[in-house]
Design a binder for this molecule. Structure first.
Ligand SMILES: [Zn+2]
Length: 217
């Protein structure tokens, strides 16, 4: 887990405001860059307990810090997961994908590998269908009733590399959902191809909404 230095903001507990502490650089709940409002409490001369309210996901995470030095040293963080850094464009474009991906990641971090595999596959389906809707490839009702297999071939007709990445996630993800397992695959392989797919959607979003262009100076 990476940390950044933050000065704890004024708090109702009083004692620990303005103390410099180290907090996770990404919010452990939502994975966006962490700018929480923080309250601190002395547990002893040396140990402080801090609650961090993330303004992005509106949830709390907590830390226990050694406060005997000038800058607090983070000893324990709860929850102690560190979500991976999803592209901001994708996070904003599809909050439901983001939630599903985070849930799958949470399952994986807690050794629920089958649930994680199913969850990552479901996150692919959500992002793919949000993409189809957002880029007006078809009507809502038609997108909703298309299965993942057909959605991949229909919405990425021209783009075989996207199909390859999405198919790997679909096929390996199926394996985690079914009673009969054909082969044991590493979840990391599924995630690697899912990340290729996420990057491709990110690229499409960035190109659709450039910050500047020759027509829009
Ligand atoms: Zn958060």
């Amino acid at each position: 887990m990476e940390f950044k230095i933050q000065t704890s903001s004024p708090s109702s507990y009083g004692a620990l405001n303005q103390k410099k502490i180290s907090i996770p650089s990404l919010c452990p709940n939502c994975g966006v860059s962490n700018n929480p409002s923080t309250h601190g409490l002395h547990l002893s001369q040396k140990i402080g307990f801090f609650s961090h309210y993330c303004t992005s996901c509106e949830m709390y995470h907590h830390s226990m810090q050694d406060i005997s030095k000038e800058i607090g040293i983070c000893k324990v963080v709860f929850p102690n997961t560190q979500p991976s850094d999803l592209p901001e464009q994708v996070v904003n474009f599809s909050p439901r994908f983001t939630q599903m991906y985070r849930d799958a990641e949470f399952a994986e971090n807690n050794n629920a590998v089958d649930l994680a595999g199913v969850g990552y596959r479901a996150s692919l389906e959500i992002l793919l269908k949000d993409y189809a809707l957002g880029f007006k490839l078809e009507d809502y009702e038609d997108i909703a009733k298309t299965n993942l297999n057909n959605a991949i071939s229909k919405y990425f007709k021209e783009d075989s590399s996207v199909q390859i990445a999405a198919d790997v996630v679909r096929i390996l993800g199926n394996d985690y959902a079914h009673w009969r397992k054909d082969e044991e695959f590493d979840l990391d392989i599924l995630k690697a191809y899912l990340n290729i797919f996420i990057q491709i959607i990110n690229t499409k979003l960035m190109l659709k909404n450039p910050p500047v262009s020759r027509n829009k100076k």
